[in-house]
Design a protein around this ligand. Structure first.
Ligand code: GNR
Ligand code: NI
Length: 169
């Protein structure tokens, strides 16, 4: 088990588009274990492979209070969305300390492979639906701050760059 470094905005690697996972083999299973460990260590509710610089369509999630219900989604595809959307306060492990509102579907249905490579359908609402949409954006190279105004995004970019400069001293 290894903790993986998480890329931080505005790292251009966060904007790479992930490719489908070809086979759920030992390499992918090791990646899942490491991503779950990294997510729990960082106290996140989700993590996309893109954030650990692996550009394959794989996400891990756990929105449970007890942190004991890991969900692995490989090659996820949204097959249904609710008509209603909702403005939710979001944060991101790749943009630490920043929280802002993003409009998301209230409920979605997703088809994906699980960690064993078996096909499954997940019906999600509320926080789980928000989290899946946030993670699937990462796989498309999209970070939530891109939904904010250019002014806000630029302020966040400058704040992150300054924090990264101070960290590296
Ligand atoms: O830990 C996280 N919390 C969160 C809160 C509201 C909406 C989305 C998220 S996902 C985030 C972890 C993360 O950055 N995943 O990519
Ligand atoms: Ni994120």
């Amino acid at each position: 088990m290894a903790l993986l470094p998480i890329l931080c905005f505005p790292d251009p690697k966060l904007h790479k588009v992930a490719q489908p996972v070809q086979t759920v083999d030992a390499r992918v299973k090791t990646l899942i274990v490491d991503m779950l460990a990294t997510m729990y260590d960082a106290k996140g509710i989700g993590l996309a492979a893109t954030q650990v610089d692996v550009h394959e369509r794989l996400i891990v999630i756990d929105v449970s209070e007890e942190r004991d219900q890991p969900l692995v989604l490989i090659n996820p595809e949204i097959v249904w969305t609710s008509a209603e959307t909702h403005l939710n306060e979001e944060g991101c492990l790749s943009v630490p300390g920043i929280y802002d509102g993003v409009q998301r579907f209230n409920a979605i249905t997703v088809r994906a492979l699980d960690g064993e490579g078996n096909s499954r359908t997940v019906e999600a609402e509320d926080l789980l639906a928000v989290c899946i949409q946030h993670e699937m954006d990462h796989l498309l190279g999209k970070v939530f701050v891109e939904y904010l105004s250019p002014l806000k995004r630029d302020r966040i970019r400058k704040k992150m760059l300054k924090a990264q400069r101070e960290d590296s001293r």
